[in-house]
Design a binder for this molecule. Structure first.
Ligand SMILES: [Zn+2]
Length: 411
């Protein structure tokens, strides 16, 4: 029970989507001297709104605290960079972008996507709340303002003559605490004939794929297509096209324009996906309320596997230190008693410890030295890439393990 209002429609939140107990912020990796200090744990309890079906977390931490000085720079996988380049090529062509256009990206990070537009001589602007990250982008020649995006920032940019032909928001919508302010800001910054594209994990895939570990404090909202369509139309934006992508376990890429701009007809995929979601029950509470039991069952199966492995004297280590790994480890109560260490290619994470579980993060070379029996892939969405990279563990009979959607061993 909770009396907080829905982040979008303000209806009181009454229904639990899933309660994952308490967890520290998943990106607060610890240095060794912090291990003996107290850590703050926050409830990780997701609700579903009975009116608009937005799945959401309560906000316990100010976004400034989470994103104001982001502790690390994402280590991009090769497949993600390839995805970004393909997107830039597609967008430049589809929207006829040239040296008179402006591409604005919200939560642009260090400019890893915008640089593909820059290479095409298309003017760019990044908006990135983490000041240290924005500084790095500017130093690398990607013009970036260090601001949280919303109506105020949009008005300020617009008054400086900035308006977007293409306004991009990839994996940012989930992170936005003031959803209405954010989408209203996009309406202001978009040129009359411009397009907004956004990518975000698809709630339908999260539920079907049992991806409970993608729920963490930094992700405030989880969207079905039906709900995001309602959100955009409430702010005078019309979604006119949609694609389903394999990224992050199954994402949507939506294309939106001003409601007044009829030059882009609504493509058939839009009503098709809405119909699919309606048929699958996404306008009924029951579709959401079954999730919780599946998650509890998965926890028991993961623990059964891990206890059995250790009883047999097997050694188990992890690969990766993603946010989702932290949700899973903390929810299942696993620390170094279950996973001795994990490895990550990002030098920003190496030498640190996972929040809550205190599992040390080492360099991948460590795996060759200790020759573990099981390598648990925490970023399961990158399973194929990691299995290829780490194929040599098979030389000593090592096996890969993935926990989501269910426990599976790859010999
Ligand atoms: Zn609502």
């Amino acid at each position: 029970m909770n009396n907080k209002p829905c982040r979008f429609c303000r209806t009181s939140l009454k229904y639990t989507f899933v309660d994952l107990g308490i967890s520290p912020l998943c990106n607060s990796y610890l240095t060794e001297d912090r291990l003996s200090q107290a850590e703050i744990f926050y409830p990780l309890h997701a609700y579903v709104c009975e009116n608009c079906f937005l799945v959401q977390l309560e906000e316990f931490v100010a976004p400034q605290e989470i994103f104001g000085d982001y502790a690390y720079f994402s280590s991009y996988s090769q497949s993600w960079l390839k995805h970004c380049k393909a997107y830039a090529d597609m967008a430049a062509k589809r929207f006829g972008l040239n040296d008179k256009s402006l591409v604005v990206e919200l939560a642009s990070n260090d400019g890893y996507l915008l640089r593909y537009f820059k290479e095409k001589n298309i003017p760019i602007l990044g908006v990135e709340p983490a000041k240290n990250v924005a500084d790095a982008a500017n130093a690398a020649g990607i013009p970036t303002v260090a601001e949280f995006f919303g109506v105020e920032t949009a008005k300020s940019l617009y008054s400086q003559g900035k308006a977007a032909d293409l306004l991009i928001g990839n994996n940012v919508l989930a992170h936005v605490p003031e959803l209405n302010d954010f989408v209203a800001g996009m309406k202001i910054l978009l040129k009359p004939k411009g397009t907004v594209t956004m990518e975000f994990p698809h709630l339908a895939r999260l539920i079907e794929g049992n991806q409970f570990d993608t729920i963490y404090h930094e992700h405030f909202s989880y969207f079905s297509f039906l709900t995001v369509d309602k959100l955009f139309s409430a702010h005078g934006l019309t979604i006119y096209d949609v694609e389903q992508l394999p990224t992050h376990g199954g994402s949507l890429r939506i294309y939106a324009r001003h409601a007044e701009n009829n030059s882009e007809p609504i493509r058939p995929g839009v009503s098709k996906l809405k119909e699919e979601e309606i048929t699958a029950g996404f306008l009924t509470l029951d579709r959401y309320l079954v999730f919780s039991d599946n998650v509890k069952q998965t926890k028991r199966k993961i623990l059964q596997f891990m206890i059995h492995a250790h009883d047999q004297g097997k050694s188990v280590v992890g690969y990766g230190a993603p946010g989702k790994g932290n949700t899973l480890l903390n929810y299942c109560g696993m620390g170094t008693d279950f996973i001795s260490y994990t490895v990550d290619r990002s030098p920003h994470k190496q030498g640190r410890f996972l929040p809550g579980s205190h599992i040390p993060i080492l360099a991948p070379e460590r795996i060759n030295e200790t020759r573990p029996d099981y390598l648990v892939i925490l970023p399961w969405n990158l399973r194929e890439e990691i299995m290829e990279q780490m194929a040599p563990i098979r030389d000593w009979g090592g096996q890969f393990v993935v926990f989501i959607p269910q426990v599976k061993v790859y010999s």
